[in-house]
Design a protein around this ligand. Structure first.
Ligand code: VNL
Length: 391
């Protein structure tokens, strides 16, 4: 009925308008979030946990926020920093993502920092825990945890609960060194003494020789940190060395008694005390709802602290977009994220406006059996605890 030229005219006008305003009207309705995660390799469980949690958040809250449609893009960096960096560049340049997130290990986060800074794209750290990462780009904001934050409470608790001499054993990279340093600081400030500091390689570690050395030094306790995914291997070797039989207690951060693996670690772990920012067993209505929904969507998985970081990372992105009225300007988004506070499945959390790092409760927990399953049962809380090493 209409002449061909009529449509052409409309289309032409549309294109002209688009060019004139510089705002491609349709494309702008979608906000792309690019998650860079180790989906394969040694840290694949971290990638799986964060992806599942981010998808759960979107399923529960819908993909629309402040008039925009959220599109999640997940890329596998295989746990290698070169790949994380290349994927960040591709996501920014080709996919035009407005926000980056994920980063399963400290070196992977660090590799993305310069890309985020140059592109002015917020980069949400959902896993990595070395304290200084947030200082490396003004576009980093963290929803995971830091090792000084998660370690200091067990250091203080140990000193106050009859443990006098400790050997530390950590993975030899950023978060391990943070854990080693914070343990010593917190423990010795409260009267304890660290008699030896041992470091195991991050890749394919064999802990046997280190554990034997620790045992020979006859400390009251051995403090352990390994990244998520390595706890089961480590604790198997702890059992083989007979530390418990020698009267040596085993303590650590919750990375070691990772909820993802805890059930497969066996009853030897019952009684082990750790400090951490999240337990699947955390007793709150928010967490009960989170765990039930996560289990429903992922029948063979238990949400661990990585899932909490991914879930809250998406919550942070949604809340920031609400605050900017849907603006995806990177500087505005980071400003909007500063000071945001809400109740997470892990308890109350907020983003410190001074550091862009997370402030959260840290819990002292004990491995216990409940309904035939092993859990980290929280029995003490250090409320709203900041990384004590941030200036
Ligand atoms: C890091 C810290 C990674 C704690 C972890 O698991 C972890 C990190 C992969 O900063 O690289 O449990």
């Amino acid at each position: 009925m209409f002449h061909k030229g009529f449509f052409k005219g409309i289309l032409g006008a549309g294109v002209a308008l688009t060019l004139a305003t510089g705002l491609p009207a349709i494309a702008q309705e979608t906000v792309k979030v690019g998650l860079i995660l180790p989906m394969t390799g040694a840290s694949a469980s971290t990638g799986r946990q964060i992806e599942a949690a981010a998808k759960l958040f979107i399923a529960q809250n819908g993909n629309k926020v402040a008039g925009k449609t959220i599109e999640l893009i997940v890329k596998d960096d295989q746990g290698t920093a070169d790949m994380s960096k290349r994927l960040a560049q591709e996501l920014v340049v080709n996919d035009k993502v407005s926000i980056l997130g994920g980063f399963g290990l400290t070196p992977l986060a660090l590799a993305v920092g310069p890309v985020a800074t140059q592109a002015k794209v917020p980069a949400i750290i959902m896993a990595a825990g070395t304290s200084m990462i947030v200082d490396q780009s003004p576009f980093f904001v963290r929803t995971s945890f830091t090792l000084p934050q998660n370690t200091t409470p067990i250091a203080v608790w140990s000193a106050k609960n009859g443990i006098k001499k400790v050997v530390t054993l950590v993975s030899d990279f950023g978060p391990g060194l943070d854990a080693e340093k914070s343990f010593k600081a917190g423990f010795e400030a409260n009267g304890g003494q660290v008699i030896e500091q041992l470091r195991a390689p991050l890749a394919n570690p064999d802990f046997a020789a280190f554990l034997q050395k620790a045992k020979d030094l006859k400390p009251d306790a051995v403090f352990l940190f390994v990244p998520s995914g390595q706890g089961a291997t480590l604790m198997k070797q702890v059992a083989e060395r007979g530390l418990a039989q020698a009267g040596i207690k085993v303590i650590g951060t919750g990375d070691v008694t990772d909820d993802d693996l805890l059930n497969s670690m066996g009853d030897d772990l019952i009684g082990m005390i750790t400090s951490h920012n999240y337990s699947t067993d955390h007793n709150s209505p928010e967490n009960a709802a989170f765990v039930a929904a996560f289990n429903k969507a992922n029948p063979n998985m238990r949400p661990n602290f990585m899932a909490a970081g991914g879930y809250d990372g998406m919550a942070l992105i949604y809340k920031a977009l609400e605050k900017t009225g849907g603006s995806t300007d990177g500087v505005k988004l980071v400003e909007a994220m500063k000071g945001l506070a809400w109740t997470s499945p892990r308890g109350p959390i907020s983003i410190d406006p001074a550091t862009r790092d997370i402030i959260q409760n840290v819990y002292i927990r004990k491995v216990e059996k409940k309904n035939g399953q092993l859990y980290n049962v929280e029995f003490d809380t250090i409320p709203n605890f900041k990384d004590p090493t941030h200036k």
